[in-house]
Design a protein around this ligand. Structure first.
Ligand code: SAM
Length: 165
């Protein structure tokens, strides 16, 4: 039987919570801001705000449409397409990131995969050595080492990487 959309949603949000919590623990001694790539409704951003209350969190988003309680301030909202904003992100975030969360998948799998393939190498210069990346997309690039996600993550639902450079 195929996985229902309800079940895949449950898997997805379960994986998100597990990966964000795990990343929070893994970078506890690594300074640097947190990046949220894809604000959407703002659910994961809100979770990040609670976990990383002592850090700056920068949000990258094409068009803000989040819950009004989950909006970053202007300084921390970097608006535009990732292809335009990520390459120069270091100017805005000022220090390499300790944790990057990327949740940007859409119904168009082909386009999403192409975006992930473009994005992966772009993350290396804006991340600190030892930084953690958690994302809904498979990524493969020099400098990103795939690591095992928490047991709550259904295989292939979410991915975690360590930046090794
Ligand atoms: N994690 C969010 C939450 O918990 O509510 C959901 C994120 S939603 C699935 C994906 C978001 O990524 C959308 O808001 C979309 O606009 C954004 N996005 C996708 N591709 C993008 C791109 N190339 N540039 C900027 N934002 C993009």
């Amino acid at each position: 039987m195929r996985e229902s959309r309800l079940l895949s949603f449950i898997h997805r949000i379960t994986a998100q919570r597990a990966c964000l919590n795990r990343a929070h623990y893994m970078v506890r001694e690594l300074p640097g801001p947190v990046l949220e790539l894809g604000l959407g409704n703002g659910r994961t951003y809100d979770h990040l705000r609670l976990l990383f209350s002592d850090r700056e969190i920068f949000v990258f988003e094409r068009k803000i449409a989040a819950h009004p309680d989950c909006l970053p301030d202007d300084e921390h909202a970097i608006l535009g397409d990732f292809r335009d904003t990520i390459p120069s992100a270091l100017e805005r975030i000022r220090a390499p990131a300790a944790f990057i969360h990327g949740d940007f998948g859409s119904a168009n799998r082909k386009k999403t995969a192409a975006l992930a393939a473009w994005l992966a190498p772009q993350l290396i210069p804006i991340a600190a050595p030892g930084a953690i990346v958690a994302t809904d997309q498979y990524m493969k690039t020099q400098g990103l080492k795939r690591i095992v996600p928490p047991p709550a993550v259904v295989e292939g639902c979410y991915f975690m990487y360590r930046v090794e450079k």
